[in-house]
Design a protein around this ligand. Structure first.
Ligand code: ADP
Ligand code: MG
Length: 632
């Protein structure tokens, strides 16, 4: 007997499961399904992301729904539109051999009247995000007064996102006699509170250790100097040519900027954050699922619950503010029993956070160093060789071979191989030959080896910054110093050598404050204008010409004087620190470059020939900017 049959599932479900290709139930399915089928009960089920919770409630739900009755019998609440659509899709798959079951998805950002119409046609199961559901209830477009089942899926994420009140209000609109099934990866207090408040004697099942990370995810950190964060990201991508990853940034702005930089540097990347329209987000997710995007740069909120299989790496470009969020991030990889790696790019001042995370996930991090240029070249070269070996030949090419052979006939096999590989390799090796090593050892090691401080620091040990505010903003050196100390919450003597010019200023801090300066100042606004701070390459004021550079296109600055861009960076998002290999004369930045596909600094993947050929996106990345984000 099939394992699923043993759980008590009926014929039509077993058939659907066969189509899905599930061979054995996962642990949470094995535990939850028989209990839920056997009787009407409340249940709290705790299991890590990627353990198959959707089917754990979905299979019994489908089996228990009365297909002949058109009334709404079940409500599934889920945190995001993404997940809502995913669950709806899954439930449709589960019920495909069960005639007459209708599942309708209800979420923000799409026509509410259309959704209401679908429900009116008869939806036994509604899968909804809390915000939109509340909206529909308020407008009397939906009746959940006689449902039998309510599922709270990814309850911790929903509460994390601030849906507590919506959930309470929605539940109060449902009958007391219904069964409530709560599925969650973790059990924070709010989840326990919901359980206590709205469930009666729930059966509890727990898979794995509560709160612990998935065993299939290994955790690594790379120590770098703050200014090398982006370079580190690129190297990690270059050292993992098959990377398929979610890269987490802390703010929408960083998310957008990093994605744009990656695209500009030729990687197949895109941004996912709340300032994109739903259509744009859908486009991004579609491309990610289709693997046209290798690096999805996302905010925590936008990436909640993303369920894309085979994500190889989660990259914490910046650590989250709340260390608990780390778990949600790393849960995007290592799904469905696959192995995954969660990488943290970390600076010295954040190192202690690593130990806090270790305590929470009950797993140790491995400290690794950013691969050197030589190592990366080696990896890429082997990758290229393997790719050549594995490439399937389309016999269309036979027509062209005589002419090709003609050109190449004087070359020996050895020469031919060398040249062929060099076509792709030269650019890469040239780039890395020029570029310094950016790996940093943690301080203990450095101390033992008697090494000096990393080189971003100048002789007297201080770091000098350039900031785009000055006397025009009514600052003098004293008021600017006070402003900086206050904004950065620094002590009396922590900001020094403040040098105020008209449109910009310089100041110094000790290196230990660099991360703070970069992170905080780059995220504050002064009278509606974004502050931009950068580590200054020179150590005096004013020599650098900050005038008449192209303003950033998102600047909203009063004039173009504030953007300290390098000549020729063409209004794109390259920062002064960026040293990516770019095609000669490729000015004009991101926008105008999007049609030139090949990856610079990596190996060009010939367009169209590979199923993962990086394609530049026409529809996101550079998409027109923000509509107001919707919560769901
Ligand atoms: P969770 O909700 O716990 O994060 P999902 O329900 O989204 O996990 O499932 C994660 C992945 O595992 C999905 O791709 C799903 O199709 C797959 N999956 C679920 N159950 C099984 C199973 N019994 N066998 C194989 N794959 C499964
Ligand atoms: Mg889930």
């Amino acid at each position: 007997m099939n394992k699923f049959e043993q759980l008590g599932l009926n014929e039509s479900l077993l058939k659907a499961i066969l189509d899905l290709g599930f061979e054995n139930p996962s642990e949470v399915q094995e535990k939850a399904i028989p209990l839920l089928l056997e009787k009407d009960t409340d249940m709290v089920a705790l299991a890590q992301t990627g353990t198959g919770k959707t089917a754990a409630f979905g299979f019994p739900l489908i089996q228990k729904i009365d297909a002949d009755n058109r009334n709404t019998q079940a409500l599934v609440l889920s945190p995001t539109r993404e997940l809502c659509l995913q669950i709806t899709n899954e439930l449709k798959n589960y019920s495909k051999y069960e005639k007459g079951i209708n599942v309708v998805a209800v979420y923000g950002g799409a026509s509410i009247t259309e959704q209401a119409r679908e429900i009116k046609r008869g939806a036994q199961i509604i899968v909804a995000t809390p915000g939109r559901m509340q909206d529909m209830i308020n407008r009397g477009l939906v009746n959940i007064k006689s449902i039998d089942y309510c599922v709270l899926d990814e309850a911790d994420e929903m509460l994390n996102m601030g849906f507590y009140e919506d959930i309470v209000s929605i539940l109060s609109d449902t009958p007391d006699e219904k069964s409530t099934w709560l599925f969650s990866a973790t059990m924070p207090q709010e989840v326990a509170r919901i359980a206590k408040q709205f469930m009666s004697e729930p059966l509890e099942i727990t898979v794995g250790t509560k709160n612990s990370g998935s065993a299939t995810v290994s955790h690594e950190f790379y120590l770098v100097n703050a200014r090398d964060r982006y370079e580190a990201l690129k190297r990690l991508a270059d050292a993992n040519p098959d990377i398929f990853s979610v890269v987490f940034c802390r703010t929408k702005r960083d998310t957008q900027a990093i994605a744009e930089k990656l695209i500009e540097d030729g990687y197949s990347a895109a941004a996912l954050h709340g300032d994109l329209s739903q259509a744009q987000r859908d486009g991004v997710m579609k491309s990610f699922r289709g693997r046209q995007i290798q690096m999805l740069v996302a905010t925590d909120v936008a990436a909640r619950g993303i369920d894309v299989d085979n994500v190889t790496h989660v990259v914490n470009y910046q650590l989250p503010d709340e260390i608990e969020t780390y778990n949600h991030r790393s849960g995007r990889t290592g799904r469905a029993g696959k192995l995954g790696t969660s990488i943290v790019i970390v600076t010295k001042s954040e190192l202690r956070k690593i130990s806090s995370i270790e305590r929470i996930i009950k797993q140790k991090f491995e400290e690794k160093s950013i691969p050197s240029g030589i190592e990366i070249c080696e990896i890429q070269l082997l990758h290229l060789a393997n790719k050549i070996k594995d490439t399937e030949v389309d016999h269309e090419i036979d027509n062209y071979l005589p002419a090709i052979n003609n050109v190449l006939e004087d070359l020996s096999k050895e020469e031919l191989i060398k040249k062929m590989v060099s076509v792709e390799f030269n650019r890469f090796i040239t780039y890395y030959k020029k570029n310094r090593d950016i790996s940093v050892q943690s301080s203990n090691e450095r101390r033992e080896r008697g090494d000096s401080e990393p080189r971003e620091f100048n002789n007297n040990g201080a770091v000098r910054y350039f900031v785009n505010i000055g006397s025009r903003d009514n600052f003098d050196w004293m008021t600017l110093k006070d402003y900086l100390k206050e904004t950065l919450e620094l002590g009396r003597d922590d900001v020094f050598k403040v040098d105020v010019k008209e449109g910009f200023s310089f100041f110094n801090t000790d290196p230990e404050h660099t991360d703070k300066v970069m992170d905080i100042l780059n995220n504050v606004q002064l009278e509606g204008r974004r502050i931009n701070v950068e580590i200054s390459k020179n150590d005096g004021g004013g020599r650098r010409d900050h005038n008449n550079r192209g303003g950033r296109r998102d600047s909203g600055r009063r004039d173009g004087n504030f953007a300290p861009r390098r000549e020729g960076s063409g209004g794109g998002f390259r920062s002064d620190r960026s040293s990516a290999p770019r095609r000669e004369g490729s000015g004009g930045g991101f926008r105008s470059e999007r049609n030139s596909a090949p990856r610079e600094g990596g190996f060009r993947r010939s367009e169209g020939s590979s199923d993962r050929a990086p394609r530049r996106s026409e529809s996101f990345g550079d998409s027109p900017r923000p509509r107001r984000p919707r919560r769901d």
